[in-house]
Structures are given as structure tokens and as C-alpha cells.
Design a protein around this ligand. Structure first.
Ligand code: HEC
Ligand code: HEC
Length: 261
């Protein structure tokens, strides 16, 4: 090692030592997460993120942010997610609404949330798994490669959605609409009408998957009308079929599904 670099290394070590000492004296954390950043980050989170991630990060349309995060392992990767979003998911990019500094502050707050232990959800996951089987949810949903394809795959659902949203999607399926599940009703000039989820549409054709899973290919020129039922869902409501405690059980079960999608 050359003499200058040795000096540099020593100087660097001394600097680190004295910073550590200063931090210890003040009892403060490293500069990246100063308490004012944390407070500013909470404000940003409350106004920009809580409507999806829930107050205090408890989860909603977006996942619960307590406990180990799936995509975000350190501050840098959380900042990345905030600025770029997660392509192909409902996590939007905040490149234009937030400056880099604000994204960092929000990330600091998210990191503090991820250090907290997730609040336990009421209900029994084991009973929930049994109810999931006996109520026939699997006829429309895939978990771990098994089930029907009318609804979205639920294998990693807890990594995408929080418990309150999960409960709502079982009680009021039409209120919680994941993208890509628009219900349409097409009335051909001759033959029975077709109602289902729009799989694909262009100028000439529309492809509709009905509740039984069959995909219908319809030429638009042969249709008298196509209604887009933005408030409808092919999933029945289970409000009257599952009791409150049973709903807790099903939500507890779904909350354990954090596997790969
Ligand atoms: C429109 C709803 C929505 C908004 C607004 C939103 N998020 Fe998200 N976020 C999501 C969804 C959905 C996911 C899960 C994506 C996936 O993996 O499928 C997610 C994922 C994340 C993750 C990754 C979690 C993990 O386990 O690694 C972080 C971190 C995150 N969001 C932070 C934020 C922050 C900070 C804000 C505000 C600046 C924000 N989100 C705003 C919906 C949202
Ligand atoms: C007849 C088919 C069908 C059955 C049966 C069904 N679902 Fe669904 N489910 C859907 C469809 C379609 C959606 C897409 C969203 C919408 O239209 O609300 C959905 C959405 C969901 C979502 C939201 C997913 C997301 O990514 O946001 C959850 C959670 C869910 N269902 C759970 C269940 C559970 C639990 C049961 C059984 C108690 C069940 N479903 C039974 C068709 C069904």
C-alpha cells in the first residue's frame, strides 16, 4: 500500500470513529434517518401512500408494510420503488409528484414501519383454509397452481393486499376491483347474450371469459350492444354465506399467502 493511501485509510477510520462517537453522545441514529426526515416522511406517507397502504402501513389495496418487505431490502431499494413504482403491479411511480429528497424521507418512514412486527389478524388460518375449500373459492382462483382461472391468482395475495381489503373483496367484490377484471355484457344480433370478464378487445373483436371459464370470441359487427359494467363483479358476495368469525378465518388464511405469484 502506498503511503498516501495508508494515510487516507487511517483518516477515514478516524472520521468514522468520531462520527460514531458523536452519534453515541447524542444517542442519535445515523444521519440517513434523522427524526426530522422521519416526521416529514410520515406526512408524505399519510397524504400519498396511506390510501393504498393503510394508516400506519396496515395495508389496503396495497400490502401491509410491517415486517420483512418482499421487494425492498434496504433504504436505497425502497427509494427506487417509490420513484419507479413496481411495473406490472398497482404500485405507481412517484417520479413526478415527489422529489428525490421527499422520496428518501418517505422511504425512511417506510423502513421504520418495516421494523415493526405485523399486527396479528384475528381468526384461524387453518379453519380459513378449510372454509376456502368448502365454499368453493378454488373453482375461480388459483393457489399454488391449483384452481380455476375466472378470478385473479391468490398465491401471493398477502404480498399485494392488506387484510381490510381482503375482507372487503369477499363481502363486496364489486367495491374492490383489481385492474383487468372489467365485466362486460355483449348482446349478439342472434343468439344468447354473453356476460363475463373482458379478456381482450380491439376495433373488430372482443374476447369475453364467462363465469364458467369459457372464452367467447365475438365479432363486434355482429353485436347489437356491449355494456361495460364498471360496478359489477363475477365473484358472488359471501356476506350472507360466511359469519363474521368465518370471514376472519378466511382473511387470516389469505394473509398467510405471501408466495411467488
Ligand atoms: C394505488 C395504490 C398504491 C399507492 C398510492 C402506493 N402503493 Fe406502494 N404498493 C402498492 C401495491 C399494490 C404494492 C404491491 C405490488 C406487488 O408486489 O404486487 C405496493 C408495494 C410497495 C412496496 C414494496 C413492498 C414490499 O413488500 O417490498 C413499497 C416499499 C411501497 N409500495 C411503498 C409505497 C410508498 C412509500 C407509497 C407512497 C409514496 C406508495 N407505496 C403508494 C400500491 C400502492
Ligand atoms: C365465480 C367465481 C368466483 C368465486 C367462486 C370466488 N371468486 Fe374471488 N374473485 C373472482 C373475480 C372475477 C375477482 C376479480 C375482481 C372482481 O371482479 O371483484 C375476484 C376477486 C377476489 C379477490 C381480490 C383479488 C385481488 O387481486 O384484488 C379476493 C381476495 C378473492 N376474490 C377471494 C375469494 C374467496 C376467499 C372466495 C371464496 C370465499 C372467492 N374469492 C370466490 C371470482 C370468484
Amino acid at each position: 500500500m502506498r503511503r498516501e493511501s495508508v494515510t487516507l485509510v487511517i483518516a477515514g477510520a478516524l472520521l468514522t470513529l468520531s462520527m460514531d462517537a458523536a452519534a453515541q453522545i447524542r444517542g442519535a441514529r445515523p444521519p440517513a434517518s434523522s427524526s426530522s426526515d422521519l416526521a416529514a416522511g410520515k406526512k408524505i406517507f399519510d397524504s400519498q401512500c396511506a390510501w393504498c397502504h393503510g394508516n400506519d402501513g396496515d395495508g389496503g389495496t396495497g400490502p401491509n408494510l410491517h415486517g420483512r418487505l418482499r421487494h425492498a431490502t434496504d433504504l436505497r431499494s425502497i427509494v427506487d420503488i417509490i420513484i419507479n413504482g413496481i411495473p406490472g403491479t398497482d404500485m405507481p411511480s412517484f417520479r413526478s409528484p415527489l422529489t428525490e429528497r421527499h422520496a428518501r424521507q418517505a422511504a425512511t418512514y417506510v423502513q421504520s414501519l418495516s421494523r415493526a412486527t405485523p399486527r396479528p389478524v384475528p381468526g384461524s388460518a387453518q379453519r380459513g383454509a378449510e372454509l376456502y375449500q368448502s365454499t368453493g373459492c378454488g373453482s375461480c382462483h388459483v393457489i399454488d397452481g391449483r384452481g380455476g382461472i375466472v378470478g385473479p391468482e391468490l398465491t401471493g395475495i398477502a404480498a399485494r393486499r392488506g387484510p381490510a381489503y381482503l375482507r372487503e373483496s369477499i363481502v363486496k367484490p364489486a367495491a374492490a376491483h383489481p385492474t383487468g377484471y372489467l365485466v362486460v355484457r355483449a348482446v349478439p344480433k342472434s343468439g344468447p347474450e354473453v356476460r363475463g370478464i373482458r379478456v381482450n378487445e380491439d376495433v373488430f373483436w372482443i374476447h369475453i371469459r364467462d363465469a364458467g371459464g369459457t372464452v367467447h370470441t365475438l365479432e363486434k359487427a355482429d353485436l347489437t350492444r356491449v355494456d361495460r359494467e364498471t360496478d359489477a363483479s363475477l365473484m358472488p358476495s359471501y356476506e350472507s354465506r360466511l359469519s363474521g368469525p368465518q370471514l376472519d378465518d378466511v382473511v387470516a388464511y389469505l394473509s398467510t399467502l405471501r408466495g411467488a405469484r
